[in-house]
Design a protein around this ligand. Structure first.
Ligand code: C2E
Ligand code: CA
Ligand code: CA
Ligand code: CA
Length: 268
């Protein structure tokens, strides 16, 4: 029948099936990756013009025993779907806060901030505020040096609750950055309701800001919006001097990207 024919297409497309099998396998291995010590934090510098090191963004890496380095673009979505992001995200926060606490003994590093990516799944879990508070207390990390990077997807779920949890966490002294700004679907009105400190311009706009008038207009608007709201603005994915110069000329003075340093296992 026609119906059976459709099912065949859905189930026996070999490419799709290989992908499903692959994901099931990876998810299984992700489950043991924490206790096998396969995760590593990479750090990418964030700078303020002209050359002040403000701190680093923490980027998670999975050193898979056979596959080598697995990209977070692959395993984070799997970790979110399986909710393994809860223990993994907690581990990242603990490691980041231990690092911040350790830096307090070194005058050269004591003012560096760490930006940590937080998944919407972590926000939805009960007791996220308490988890952050406990980690800060137990590690002795200065809360003002911790910045949580969240995305607009957070707002798709339960905007009221999200705004509540964010203001609780901000009450601890922790800061928030809105990551990948402009790539989501939410309206601008939430910018008013959220307790934000920084907006991060997505690298997709930065990439061709000097050559594409539409990207230039979008970046210009984001900078203006941030200034109007009294928020700091940082551009990610800055790779060339021309991009940096354009951004400086248009009022953005915080940067992250290969021009300033690639993510790596050590700070320098
Ligand atoms: P993101 O938060 O937007 O991070 C920026 C990504 O751009 C990183 O990819 C970084 O390595 C890359 N990048 C930095 N500078 C440049 C540049 O100049 N040019 C180009 N082309 N790329 C640049 P990465 O490390 O592969 O991370 C991918 C995504 O995985 C992150 O995107 C973030 O959404 C997610 N992720 C990473 N670590 C964590 C984590 O600990 N927790 C959660 N929930 N998500 C994470
Ligand atoms: Ca980020
Ligand atoms: Ca980003
Ligand atoms: Ca991005």
């Amino acid at each position: 029948t026609r119906h059976a024919g459709l099912n065949r297409i859905a189930f026996f497309n070999p490419e799709m099936q290989a992908k499903v099998v692959e994901h099931v396998l990876l998810e299984d291995q992700l489950r043991s990756a924490l206790k096998e010590n396969q995760f590593v934090l990479y750090f990418q510098p964030q700078v303020q013009f002209p050359d002040t090191r403000v701190g680093y963004e923490v980027l998670l890496r999975w050193q898979h025993p056979e596959r080598g380095m697995v990209s977070p673009a692959v395993f984070i979505p799997l970790a979110e779907k399986s909710r393994l992001i809860l223990p993994i995200g907690r581990w990242v926060l603990e490691q980041a806060c231990q690092t911040l606490a350790r830096w307090q003994d070194d005058p050269a590093k004591a003012s560096w901030q760490l930006a940590v990516n937080v998944s919407v799944v972590q926000f939805q879990g009960v007791g996220f505020t308490e988890q952050v508070a406990t980690i800060i207390r137990q590690t002795g990390a200065p809360p003002r040096l911790l910045k949580l990077e969240v995305t607009e997807s957070l707002l798709m779920e339960d905007p009221e609750r999200v705004a509540q949890v964010m203001s609780e966490i901000r009450g601890l002294g922790v800061r928030f950055s809105l990551d990948d700004f402009g790539t989501g679907y939410s309206s601008l009105s939430y910018l008013k309701r959220l307790s934000l400190d920084q907006i991060k311009i997505d690298q997709s706009f930065v990439r061709d800001v000097t050559t594409n008038p539409a990207s230039a207009a979008i970046v210009d608007s984001i900078i203006g919006l941030s200034q109007g709201l009294g928020l700091e603005v940082i551009a990610e994915g800055v790779e060339t001097g021309a991009q940096r110069d354009w951004l400086v000329a248009h009022g953005c003075d915080h940067f992250q990207g290969y021009l300033f340093g690639r993510p790596g296992p050590e700070v320098f």
